[in-house]
Design a protein around this ligand. Structure first.
Ligand SMILES: Cc1cc2nc3c(=O)[nH]c(=O)nc-3n(C[C@H](O)[C@H](O)[C@H](O)COP(=O)(O)OP(=O)(O)OC[C@H]3O[C@@H](n4cnc5c(N)ncnc54)[C@H](O)[C@@H]3O)c2cc1C
Length: 510
């Protein structure tokens, strides 16, 4: 039997960050991961293909810093990449940091409007980032503790930031942040590929369409860290390796390939965990990288009252993003792209209406016949070349289930869609991998294989994330905390949920 100050159940991005933050505060920490490798959803891959996650949109420098990782020296920083919106007529559009261009290099007529819109969203994103870098407000007693003062200061800063926007812009922020991305974007832009790209970025990983309420929030959430998109050098494996090194440097004990079968509780306080291979590890603090339904199964549901159980059961987490990896026969450039676009992020979303139409079948548990795709070309360590594609919508609860026939159909639809815009791609493909949301759920435990473990909808954000009453990481018995993507501020390869949860656990323990 081993004794620790804290045990982290699950070594996804958030579990690794949480462990490193606790370790750096002098805690003796053990991180237990069921899979043989760390990284969870971010690094999950099959048969040498690309990992589920392929780009960094939202990695938090604050989380890295608190995990002891020097952001500037991080080996994976990689290169910022442009986005190319693919068009069936070959007239692709390129989004760069400074504007939107046609494929021939001339400026797109909507470039100025796009820049203004993105700039406004980035300003709003900066405000949301301040909220993301702390637990959701509330939960302190009326007394002026240090934590309460810090929270008041933080909220005051957000308030000042809002005030600095000016009266009309502040009103616009409050209107925009709760709106659907379709209406807000089409206020400033005609529908077409520029609007389509923004709509696609807003719904990525979500069970919503651009007309669904609150979808602007998702877009702004991803712009909170500046909106740059990076393909990490060495892929997601390098990102995860750096976090593993951070946890080791913080003296964490790492146990890969070990499943936690029980979180032990005595007299309403956690005492440790039991593993499936029969080990008992003791600690007065347990942080769970798993979502609340699985965590409550590990403690035993009897520790939660009926109201809490009902809230946990009602958390919505319906995965809609599948991964389709296309193995290429060699390193030749993709047809129809210029050489400088070989590493670009490719988006297939010709208009906001197209994205909304892609969502319609998912409402009825069907896959999109004309999907929204985000694709990157990657090279794996064994030298193989792939197109790594995130395909929506592929609902976890597909009518009839994800049979082999359904998987083949999704692969076919993906290849057909990309081949229309990049004619000749089909001939370059030698093999196809499909990873469906239900496979993701089985492999990682993420409910419904959901990108964020729980939908990022207005009723499941901030003080309501993942549910009312359990939004500040503490969960059920004393000493148990949630630290995964289902908690505030949410998922992506970001790390803030893990970092916030660790800091909250330390504060509560004081
Ligand atoms: C198809 C897809 C593509 C994505 N692409 C991107 C992308 O390009 N960029 C991006 O920023 N985000 C992307 N995401 C989202 C991102 O990967 C996740 O939001 C993030 O990785 C979640 O991290 P986490 O640590 O909270 O949870 P997870 O990664 O789910 O980690 C949970 C961990 O707990 C472990 N575990 C489960 N049960 C047990 C147990 N009983 N005992 C021990 N361990 C256990 C699991 O094995 C897992 O490692 C993508 C998601 C999907 C589904």
């Amino acid at each position: 039997m081993s004794n620790f100050d804290a045990i982290v159940v699950g070594g996804g991005i958030n579990g690794l960050v949480a462990g490193a933050v606790l370790g750096r505060k002098g805690k003796k920490v053990c991180i237990i991961e069921r899979a043989d490798r760390f990284g969870g959803m971010a690094s999950y891959a099959v048969d040498g293909g690309p990992s589920l996650a392929h780009a960094l949109y939202n990695l938090s420098p604050r989380a890295l810093k608190d995990a002891g990782i020097d952001v500037d020296r991080a080996t994976f920083t990689g290169q910022q990449i442009d986005t190319v919106s693919l068009a069936d007529d070959g007239n692709h559009i390129v989004f760069k940091a400074n504007g939107v261009y046609w494929n021939d290099g001339s400026q797109h007529p909507q470039s100025k409007a796009w820049c203004e819109l993105i700039q406004r969203f980035k300003t709003y994103g900066g405000l949301l980032r301040q909220l993301a870098e702390a637990p959701p407000p509330g939960g302190h007693s009326a007394s002026l503790s240090r934590a309460r003062l810090a929270e008041m200061l933080r909220l005051a800063k957000v308030g000042i930031g809002l005030k600095m926007l000016g009266k009309s812009e502040m009103r616009r922020f409050l209107q925009v942040v709760l709106s659907n991305v379709y209406d807000i974007v089409l206020d400033d832009l005609p529908d077409g590929p520029v609007a389509g790209m923004l709509a696609a970025d807003a719904i990525r990983g979500a069970a919503t369409g651009p007309r669904s309420p609150g979808t602007v929030f998702n877009l702004i959430y991803r712009l909170g860290h500046g909106g740059t998109i990076t393909q990490p050098t060495g892929g997601m494996t390098a990102v995860v390796d750096t976090l593993v090194d951070g946890a080791k440097a913080a003296d964490c004990t790492l146990l890969p390939g070990t499943e936690v079968s029980r979180i032990l509780v005595d007299l309403d306080a956690v005492t440790g965990v039991q593993t499936a291979d029969g080990q008992t590890l003791r600690a007065p603090l347990v942080l769970s990288n798993l979502a609340s339904p699985l965590t409550s199964q590990l403690t035993g549901p009897s520790l939660f009252d009926i109201e809490a159980t009902r809230r946990i059961r009602n958390i919505r987490a319906r995965g809609t993003a599948a991964k389709v990896n296309l193995r290429l026969k060699d390193a030749s450039p993709l047809p129809g792209l210029k050489s400088e676009q070989k590493d670009a992020r490719l988006i297939y979303a010709p208009s906001a209406d197209y994205v909304e139409a892609a969502f319609n079948p998912a409402k009825y548990r069907e896959m999109s016949k004309a999907p929204v795709i985000e694709a990157l070309r990657t090279e794996q360590p064994d030298g193989s070349h792939w197109v790594s594609a995130i395909v929506q919508y592929a609902p976890s609860d597909l009518d009839g289930g994800w049979t082999q026939e359904a998987q083949d159909r999704l692969a076919q639809i993906t290849v057909d869609t990309l081949d229309c815009a990049l004619p000749g791609l089909r001939e370059q493909i030698t093999d196809t991998q499909v990873i469906t949301p239900d496979q993701i759920a089985t492999a990682t435990g993420a409910p419904g294989g959901h990108w964020h473990h729980a939908e990022m909808s207005l009723d499941q954000l901030l003080t309501l994330r993942p549910a009312n009453g359990i939004s500040r990481y503490a969960f059920g018995p004393k000493g148990l905390f949630l630290c995964g993507a289902a908690t505030h501020p949410g998922g992506d390869v970001m790390g803030l949920a893990g970092r916030n949860a660790a800091l909250m656990a330390l504060e509560v323990q004081k």
